[in-house]
Design a binder for this molecule. Structure first.
Ligand code: AMP
Ligand code: GLY
Length: 423
């Protein structure tokens, strides 16, 4: 079969790498892809959110299955458009993608089904939001509605910071006029954060092993939030059996049932961001796609044929699927451009990927890379996902970090403590 992968990050390279291992697959296309994906797929010069052209390309190349990596095309309704055209596509519908597309809709959904989450209020006017902040004080969390590339949430330690966030969202409308119409103000939760991923076919769900992301830019969880600086899986001991049972019973099952009830059954991968609070696990957010970088170490450990799993999601036959993982631990280190997540330079030459030790010991997924005069250069904030397997977290760390040292580009930075907290 022919598969089209939509996206161009480390997550999409990892999905493409895993899809390429399937005996069922004869050809892979990627849109737009990246230089790493180009080694496995034919890259099409179409942006991930250009649904019209993606649809035309899928028809032209007789694609049997389209796999969508990022949230923007999902929230924009790529799945509905492909299905209307009679094409098979893996991912949630526009209606189901609202769980990530609108924080207001997400919180109201959680409330409708009594799913544990931070208590919250929604405001439609800046004035009443400011008045509420003066009443409740800090710490407090401000969330803008709509997609904001991970920048729409402020965990405010002081009331001043909280006021500033409301002003930015609603008065200065830094995320746009639409996103500035409402704001969610919610209780600041405390606890360990984990990402849970479940493949879903509308009615059935199969859980992936737990993965943990490291969101802050610098060691010791310091610095600004990023898309994710590294991850590892499995994460044994992170969640007690009791918590895991509660997550399934009180969060996953009611989420899927609620969406069925609302005639928007969930197909694809559901990413539930959770906080393990003193009062039990609570939902921080839903995402309607794989986490990046969590996807990379998960793909490294998955022994099952990913294409069979994706097809079972689309066909509604996940009840017949069991996921098979290696017992090894996989780790992923994000190598980022200097300055990320703020301003950074691009076009820096990348060296060391052909080092024999790197070739033998690491699986390197590309994210922000480009070819310039046949030379691999940096072209984004997160540049490479350097992954390795080990017998446990410590072993995986011991394997991956010497290999990261072999890879270089001007200004490169990465965290040296991925997995350390639980090693
Ligand atoms: P989100 O974009 O919803 O994932 O939020 C980004 C990050 O903000 C999360 O990963 C959490 O670390 C933090 N966060 C969001 N909501 C809360 C909350 N209610 N309490 C504490 N931290 C939160
Ligand atoms: N790693 C966090 C995310 O993909 O949103």
């Amino acid at each position: 079969m022919k598969v089209l992968v939509v996206g161009s990050g480390g997550r999409e390279h990892a999905l493409t790498w895993k899809i390429a291992q399937s005996e069922r697959v004869e050809k892979i296309y990627a849109a737009p892809g990246n230089p790493g994906m180009a080694e496995l797929a034919t890259c099409l010069d179409i942006k991930a959110d250009d649904i019209d052209r993606l649809l035309a390309a899928a028809k032209k190349h007789a694609i049997d299955l389209t796999v969508v990596g990022p949230e923007i095309p999902l929230v924009a309704g790529i799945v509905d458009r492909f299905k209307e055209a009679g094409l098979r596509i893996w991912g949630p519908s526009k209606a189901a993608s609202e769980l990530e597309g609108s924080k207001v809709a997400m919180k109201e959904f959680l409330r409708r089904y009594n799913i544990p989450t931070a208590s919250f209020k929604i405001f439609n006017h800046a004035q009443s939001a400011h008045a509420y902040l003066d009443e409740v004080g800090a710490p407090i969390v401000i969330k803008c509605d709509g997609l904001a590339a991970g920048k729409g949430v402020t965990v405010a330690a002081t009331v001043e910071e909280a006021h500033e966030a409301v002003t930015a969202i609603m008065e200065r409308q830094v995320f746009g006029a639409e996103a500035g119409k409402h704001v969610v103000i919610e209780e600041a939760m405390r606890g360990e954060e984990i990402s849970m991923f479940a493949f879903c076919d509308g009615h059935n769900a199969v859980l992936c092993d737990l993965a943990q992301d490291h969101k802050q830019a610098f060691d010791g969880d310091k610095g600004p939030n990023t898309g994710g600086m590294g991850a590892f899986t499995p994460a044994p001991g992170l969640v007690s059996e009791k918590d895991e049972d509660e997550i399934v019973r009180r969060i996953l099952v009611p989420t899927l049932n609620g969406l069925v009830h609302e005639e928007r059954p969930y197909v694809g991968i559901l990413y539930i961001g959770l906080m393990l609070t003193e009062a039990g696990p609570k939902v921080v957010e839903y995402n309607v796609r794989f986490g990046d970088p969590e996807c990379q170490p998960l793909m490294l450990r998955l022994k099952s044929d990913l294409v069979e799993v994706l097809e079972a999601c689309v066909d509604g036959t996940l009840d017949k699927v069991e996921l098979d993982w290696t017992t090894d631990t996989a780790i992923c280190i994000t190598m980022a451009s200097g300055g990320y997540p703020g301003n950074y330079a691009s076009g820096k030459a990348i060296t060391g990927l052909d080092n024999p030790d790197v070739q033998a010991g690491a699986t390197v997924f590309h994210a922000g890379t480009a070819l310039k005069n046949d030379e691999l250069v940096t072209a984004g904030g997160r540049v490479l996902s350097v992954c390795a397997l080990g017998s446990d977290v410590e072993d995986a760390r011991a394997k991956v970090y010497p290999l990261c040292k072999q890879i270089a580009f001007a200004g490169a930075h990465y965290r040296s403590d991925i997995g350390r907290r639980h090693g």
